[in-house]
Every structure is written in structure tokens, then in C-alpha cells.
Design a protein around this ligand. Structure first.
Ligand code: ZN
Length: 90
């Protein structure tokens, strides 16, 4: 028995989820990400947290991320910091 090939580590997902939500990801990458989401509940919940924050606020802010449940906050916060830094540098 071979486990499903997962060449999309969760830490990579957290870094890429913001590109995915920004629509800044190439379609082939988005496809890989969606395939990973299908098998990884942890990353699905991170994505859902991001989507919930964006839906509620129209945009991500640090205060919104602070309001997330503690278990969801760490990976989201790390990705958010990178996302915000990237935004500022554009
Ligand atoms: Zn994952």
C-alpha cells in the first residue's frame, strides 16, 4: 500500500494560501494546492479561517487574525505577516 503522494507540505501551503486567495497563483500551482486541500484537513481549516476573515472584513487585518481561535492563529498569523510584508513592499 502506498500512501497518497503529498508533495505539498503543510508549511508550504500556509505560505502559498495568500497567493491563492489573491488569485496570484499560477493555475498549475492552484491545482496542486487544491489537491492537497482534498487530503489535508489542517490546511482546509487554515484556508477556511483566511476566507472567513476576508469575508467578514473585506480584507485581512492584524486585529482580525488576533480574533481567531488560538489553534488557528499561529499558522494564519505567520502567513499573514508574510502576506502583509509582501503587500507593503509592492
Ligand atoms: Zn496540509
Amino acid at each position: 500500500m502506498t500512501p497518497p503522494v503529498d508533495d505539498f507540505p503543510c508549511n508550504e501551503f500556509v505560505e502559498l494560501v495568500t497567493d491563492y486567495l489573491d488569485g496570484a497563483m499560477p493555475p498549475t500551482e492552484a491545482r496542486r494546492l487544491e489537491e492537497h486541500l482534498a487530503i489535508c484537513g489542517g490546511c482546509r481549516s487554515v484556508l477556511e479561517q483566511f476566507q472567513a476573515v476576508i469575508r467578514l472584513s473585506g480584507r485581512l487585518s492584524e486585529a482580525d487574525v488576533d480574533a481567531l481561535p488560538p489553534a488557528a492563529r499561529e499558522p494564519v498569523m505567520a502567513a499573514f505577516r508574510e502576506w502583509a510584508a509582501d503587500r507593503r513592499s509592492r
